[in-house]
Design a protein around this ligand. Structure first.
Ligand code: SAM
Length: 301
């Protein structure tokens, strides 16, 4: 599962399969007793992936996903609220980076006339759109797939797909930063800023304080080892974290503040408290949810 500079993947492979992991967590939340949101498409994706030979998460992975289900649900809810608030503020252009099997373009209440661009690997977006089409699902906004690797010239692909850099945009990067190296993260933000008209907003799931502490990383590894042991899974089974670039990087809040954006942030632990989704054990990831706004926009400008 080692990463290379130009690796690519289908939905059931390597980084692509992480989108199925998220969809699986969303399908579990949607059928839970008191869900924070419902995503009826998540289980459609899982069913289709299974027919294409994908195996439902092995027991240790299922345990791992379950152990962070409060986190995964809070995260989805936070991004849902971000887009709804952006729409209420009159922003009608959205770009979902590394969209995976995010079904927001189909399930959120978008303003009339809104457009949602989604960027991800070609095979991932093909799986998604084919599956939803076969299921008879219609997007709730104008939907434009932009199949391109985020390490390539995606701004050009986005413009060619019709994106208007003169209009304010709501950007989202959920479950993406770990898959980019530190310099790739900086480049991503530079490109977002260059394409953002006044009034734009960005929502990012970011590494939080202490994420790179060796002790914390060691405790995460140990927790995973325990889950594997309990499930009787060999210790050398590949794990999603093998696909991450674990390296120190610019703080997302610092980057956007330094570039003139107004930034607000909430740690994962506080977000989970907000939704009453804290867990007893110490599995809360040290991440933070960062929203940045570029002020100065009024619909009359
Ligand atoms: N944001 C989605 C969600 O929360 O449902 C998907 C998250 S999933 C953990 C990570 C996604 O990032 C995958 O869909 C993967 O294909 C995409 N991804 C990672 N690196 C990428 C790259 N270099 N170019 C395009 N997509 C990428």
């Amino acid at each position: 599962m080692a990463r290379t500079d130009d690796d690519s993947w289908d939905i059931t492979e390597s980084v692509g399969a992480t989108a199925l992991g998220v969809a699986w967590a969303r399908s579990q939340e949607s059928t839970s007793e008191c869900p924070l949101y419902t995503d009826p498409y998540a289980e459609v994706f899982i069913a289709e992936a299974v027919t294409r030979g994908w195996e439902l998460p092995q027991r240790h992975m299922a345990e791992r996903i379950r152990s962070i289900s409060g986190y995964a649900a809070s995260r989805t809810k936070w991004f849902d609220e971000f887009f709804i608030a952006a729409g209420a503020a009159g922003i009608e252009q959205a770009v979902i980076l590394a969209a995976g099997l995010d079904a927001r373009a189909w399930r959120l209440p978008w303003n009339d006339g809104s457009v949602v661009y989604e960027i991800d690997q070609p095979k991932v977006l093909a799986f998604k759109t084919e599956t939803l089409r076969a299921h008879g699902a219609a997007p709730a906004a104008r939907y434009v797939a932009v199949p391109v690797d985020l390490r390539r010239d995606w701004p050009q692909a986005l413009r060619e797909a019709g994106f208007d850099a003169g209009e304010p945009t709501a950007w989202a990067a959920e479950g993406l930063l770990p898959y980019l190296p530190a310099d790739g993260q900086d480049l991503l933000f530079e490109r977002i800023a260059a394409l953002s008209a006044k009034g734009s907003r960005v929502a990012v799931e970011a590494f939080g304080a202490g994420f790179f502490d060796p002790e914390y990383l060691a405790s995460r590894r140990e927790r995973l080892r325990q889950l594997r042991e309990q499930a009787g899974v060999p210790d050398d089974t590949p794990d999603v974290a093998d696909l991450w670039f674990i390296e120190e990087r610019t703080e997302v809040t610092d980057w956007f503040s330094a570039h003139g954006w107004e930034v607000s942030t909430i740690d994962a632990a506080d977000l989970m408290k907000r939704y009453n989704r804290t867990t007893d054990d110490d599995t809360t990831p040290r991440t933070a949810f960062v929203e940045a706004r570029l002020s100065g926009y009024s619909p009359d400008n």
